[in-house]
Design a protein around this ligand. Structure first.
Ligand code: FES
Length: 152
């Protein structure tokens, strides 16, 4: 028997792939999938607080995991029960800093910051802005305390 498949077999196999693939996709929460793809956390506002549900952000399951809450805010899991919320805008001239391992690095002029936002390498002189976080293990949420004016 040759390794070739007939056109009919190819169509049958392709159709099976669509059915199986389609079924698998239909079980995924499309809204969550889209937000994960865009590196966004699932948010819920409560007054001035931003609440991040850990169950909807698998990348926060482990220490060192992070999510972009919005274009300028990153939430990082520092330990089992500690989280860091950092505004990812360089204090030098406003470029977006990037998380590289255990530090933030600015791609524009090379400033570096610790995970807690402390500047360790210039030209930036000021620390990144950070926000208080509260972890509720019973609810599985992290609350970021931030004034509405700080949300874009
Ligand atoms: Fe970040 Fe200049 S804007 S180092």
């Amino acid at each position: 028997m040759s390794g070739k498949i007939s056109r009919r077999d190819f169509i049958k196999r392709s159709a099976l792939g669509v059915v199986v693939g389609g079924t698998a996709l239909s079980t995924i929460n499309i809204e969550t999938f889209a937000k994960t793809a865009a590196a966004k956390a699932v948010l819920k506002r409560s007054g001035d607080d931003v609440i991040v549900k850990l169950s909807e952000n698998a990348s926060l399951d482990k220490t060192g995991g992070s999510v972009k809450v919005n274009d300028e805010l990153m939430l990082i899991r520092k330990s089992e029960s500690e989280f860091i919320a950092v505004r990812t805008v360089c204090t030098h001239k406003g470029c977006d800093v990037e998380l590289e391992g255990t530090k933030f690095v600015c791609p524009c002029h090379g400033s570096e910051y610790t995970l807690e936002g402390k500047v360790t390498e210039g030209p930036a002189e000021k620390d990144l802005k950070t926000f208080e976080t509260m972890f509720d293990s019973d609810k599985g949420t992290v609350t970021i305390k931030m004034p509405v004016k700080d949300i874009n």
